[in-house]
Design a protein around this ligand. Structure first.
Ligand SMILES: C[S@@+](CC[C@H](N)C(=O)[O-])C[C@H]1O[C@@H](n2cnc3c(N)ncnc32)[C@H](O)[C@@H]1O
Length: 270
């Protein structure tokens, strides 16, 4: 595996810090919306996870996705996350379920797991934070049984009735320029990386009715707000998030939030 660049090491340091600061608000957000649980189940359903599967949940955060996989799929789940605070929070939530949580880098799974043979490696709302998705998927392929599933869900797109991106329009209305990149890795790069490692990739989109209050709550999570206003301290970021989405209130009735997902299967070489 090629050595990670300085950029990649720096990015992971920032992500770890942002999520270390996010655990409390993340928990409140999930309590209000049940969103990450629902997103995990959508991804698992669509990707064809089977009951009782052994799953590696990469970028598992505070274990919401692990608990969803355990409760709905009776899965035995191994979760990995960069943020030690999210993992510690997750350990409080898993109870007696068959869930095992580890602090670690999803681009370097070899250092964590000798015992492979997973049925699925899943990245719920996480891969867009990985600077080297191809390295991550190469590691996933090493963890999977032949025929096993690699699946990820992506960062939200906020769309008007005609499918136009409302976020740049909201920035324009508040007199600001959107950041050049809202994700570390683009959708196109994530999909092509999956394809490079696994071959054929399938994609789909889950569409949800948009709401200003959901978007404000989602992007008020410190780590998510950093994707919109990376240069500001958290308190100002949170104020800007509220301002940014409030200007979309008149467009709310036709608004959609689109959640993209992709999956592939490891070739069965037998
Ligand atoms: C938006 S959260 C999603 C958490 C969880 N999957 C869920 O559905 O609630 C994204 C998580 O990915 C983690 N993450 C980002 N890059 C990572 C990496 N290279 N290795 C492991 N975890 C990573 C972050 O620390 C964060 O907890």
């Amino acid at each position: 595996m090629p050595e990670p660049s300085d950029f990649s090491t720096r990015v992971k340091g920032v992500i770890r810090k942002n999520f270390n600061e996010s655990a409390d608000i993340y928990r409140v957000f999930e309590g209000r919306h049940g969103f990450f649980h629902a997103y995990t189940v959508k991804l698992a359903e669509w990707a064809g996870l089977a009951k009782g599967n052994r799953v590696l949940d990469v970028g598992c955060g505070n274990g919401i996705s692990c608990v969803a996989l355990s409760d709905v799929y009776d899965a035995k789940v191994y979760g990995v996350d960069l943020s030690e605070v999210m993992i510690a929070d997750g350990k409080q939530r898993i109870g007696k379920r068959e869930i095992y949580l580890f602090v670690g880098d999803g681009e370097n799974l070899d250092s964590l797991f000798e015992d492979r043979g997973f049925d699925a490696v899943m990245y719920n709302a996480a891969i867009f934070l990985f600077p080297r998705p191809k390295a991550a998927f190469a590691q996933a392929a090493r963890m999977l049984k032949p025929g096993g599933i690699a699946a990820f869900s992506f960062y939200p797109r906020v769309l008007d009735a005609a499918g136009g991106d409302l976020v740049p329009r909201a920035y324009e209305t508040i007199g600001m320029t959107p950041p050049k990149f809202r994700t570390i890795t683009s959708w196109e790069k994530a999909v092509s990386s999956l394809q490079d490692v696994f071959g054929e990739v399938r994609t789909t989109t889950w569409e949800m009715a948009g709401s200003v209050s959901f978007l404000t709550d989602f992007f008020t999570i410190p780590a998510q707000s950093a994707s919109l206003f990376p240069k500001l301290p958290y308190k100002e970021r949170a104020q800007k998030v509220a301002q940014l989405f409030s200007v979309l209130k008149p467009l709310e009735s036709g608004m959609t939030i689109a959640w993209d997902m992709a999956m592939a299967r490891l070739k069965d070489t037998a």
